[in-house]
Design a protein around this ligand. Structure first.
Ligand code: ADP
Ligand code: GLC
Length: 507
């Protein structure tokens, strides 16, 4: 902490803490490459930190799908040598600036010139993922050295870059550029740990002495996230409730014990949302703009959504939206068990946008044929349609088994689209339960992870739509007034960074 200065009158004045230099190394970042909310976070947080006066850079892979012309990428450095465990490898670095944030792209055809980020079109993980992301992480640190960027903080995200914390302590602890850097690891999803065959270990250059059960070793394999948890100066996840859940055996996916060992070095910081991207008053992707004062645009968005997805054009039928990765975590198999009963029993329409599990893709892809005018779906990834669904639906359903933060329910609040959610992780922290007596709340929550719970809670929302429209109005107003902008969360990250530095200096 800076020392207090004294004025002439002898009064102590707290000196402003100096701005921080932060190198963020991540596997995805909006607007360049995205599979989920991680990209939204890495796209938004640096912008806000820079606006607060901090010097933040982002380092990510130059994936084959990134459009170099569109984003005005320029060659920054070539060649750049990166020492891996079995020798030096070469790459190039490109750069561009987005909203004032310098972003650097590691170009390695061997590792990143492929269409997918993590897997091929059939969802088979690329076999060399441990090498790809180990390389990205070391290259990110090497770039700091080569460009003379002396970070106070290296901020890693998820297993893909978790090793940054270890490299700083194992290799760079006394380096003139990196020796002062503390590390922060953000866990966006603890179920993905980066567990790979130990034959990859030598390549990563982490030294066999560290292949122990308290560091990288996990039942004979290497676990990236576990290593990151051991080495990071501070660790966080993306909501307070998920921080608590991951400290338990069922929520921690085998890592609870290690997180608990880190004590107060582990905490939850709720994600913010980027209201420049997700705000019905300014959203250029949706058919019409609207605000809590004038909701007429939302009615247009609903009509256009119904038209686009072949639903009956009826303003008085509630529309329930889904935008999601179709994976076990998201519980859309539970909705699959409830959706047909709901359309048969109630006056309701569904729109589903998602991709992932082939069985669920087939199921949701076929539903419009079976319930024409009642269910619309689009299997794939479509950013514009995601905005249309947020704007044009009345409800947004997320039956997640677990949800570290979840962004879509927060977007939904701002779009006046009431969330129907399982009360877990960030969903619990951001949605307030509807109270039937007073009409307070911002959504509909259930606790049990079952078809039954999805069915009856969605039914509860539908009956509220028809039977208590005044409560709907009240909730929509409350929901749209919620403020989850990044500024507050970014301030918590700055505190986390300063604590990481203090711990690093203390050690
Ligand atoms: P997760 O990161 O676990 O997928 P989040 O709710 O944090 O969940 O973030 C998901 C993000 O990805 C949101 O911005 C959402 O709009 C977007 N998204 C997910 N699936 C699709 C899709 N099929 N098409 C467009 N956007 C999608
Ligand atoms: C992960 C989580 C999601 C979270 C996102 C961004 O993908 O599944 O809940 O919102 O990361 O932190």
């Amino acid at each position: 902490m800076p020392r207090p200065k004294r004025t002439r009158a002898g009064k102590a004045v707290q000196q402003a803490a100096p701005p921080l230099k932060v190198a963020m190394i991540a596997s995805e970042c909006v607007p360049f490459a995205k599979t989920g909310g991680l990209a939204d976070v890495v796209g938004a947080l640096p912008k806000v930190l820079r606006a607060m006066g901090h010097d933040v850079i982002v380092i990510m892979p130059l994936y084959g799908m990134i459009n170099r012309e569109r984003f005005d990428l320029r060659l920054f450095l070539a060649p750049m040598g990166v020492w891996m465990g079995d020798g030096q490898e070469w790459c190039a670095v490109h750069t561009t600036t987005v909203d004032g944030v310098p972003v650097f792209f590691i170009e390695s055809d061997k590792y990143f010139a492929r269409p997918g980020l993590y897997h091929d079109a059939d969802y088979n993980d690329y076999q060399d993922n441990p090498r790809r992301f180990g390389f990205l992480t070391r290259a990110g640190l090497q770039l700091c050295i080569d460009m003379g960027f002396r970070p106070d903080i290296v901020h890693a995200h998820d297993w893909q870059t978790a090793l940054a914390a270890a490299y700083l302590k194992i290799w760079h602890w006394d380096h003139p550029v990196l020796g002062g850097a503390a590390s922060v690891l953000t866990i966006h999803n603890i179920a993905y740990q980066g567990v790979y065959d130990a034959s990859n270990y030598p390549y990563l250059g982490l030294q066999w002495g560290n292949f122990t059960s308290d560091k990288f070793e996990d039942h004979g394999r290497i676990n990236f996230l576990k290593g990151g948890i051991q080495y990071a100066d501070m660790i966080n996840t993306v909501s307070p409730t998920y921080a608590n859940e991951t400290r338990t055996p069922e929520g921690g996916y085998g890592l609870a014990m290690y997180l608990n060992d880190r004590g107060s070095a582990y905490r939850g910081i709720l994600n913010g949302v980027d209201y420049q991207q997700w705000n019905p008053e300014t959203d250029s992707l949706i058919p019409a703009r609207y605000s809590a004062r004038d909701m007429s645009g939302k009615a247009i968005c609903k009509r256009e959504l119904q038209l686009r997805l072949g639903l009956d054009l009826d303003p008085n039928v509630p529309v329930v939206g889904v935008v999601s990765r179709l994976v076990h975590q998201k519980g859309l198999d539970l909705l699959a068990g409830a959706i047909e009963g709901l359309v048969q029993q109630a006056l309701v329409q569904f729109v589903i946008l998602g991709s992932g599990d082939k069985g669920l893709e087939g199921f949701y892809g076929r539903l419009p044929g079976r319930y024409p005018g009642r269910i619309g779906s689009f299997i794939g990834y479509n950013d514009e349609l995601a905005h249309w669904i947020e704007a044009g639906s009345d409800f947004f359903v997320m039956p997640s088994r677990y949800e570290p933060c979840g962004l879509n329910q927060i977007y939904s609040l701002r779009y006046g689209t009431l969330p129907i959610v399982r009360a877990t992780g960030g969903l619990e922290d951001t949605v307030q339960q509807y109270d039937e007596q007073s009409g307070t709340g911002t959504g509909f929550k259930f606790y049990e992870s079952s078809v039954h719970a999805v069915y009856y809670t969605t039914g509860w929302a539908i009956s509220t739509y028809f039977d208590r429209p005044h409560h709907m109005q009240q909730m929509i107003h409350t929901a749209m007034a919620q403020d989850y902008s990044w500024e507050r969360s970014a301030q918590e990250y700055v505190l986390l960074y300063r604590e990481a530095l203090a711990r690093k200096r203390g050690s």
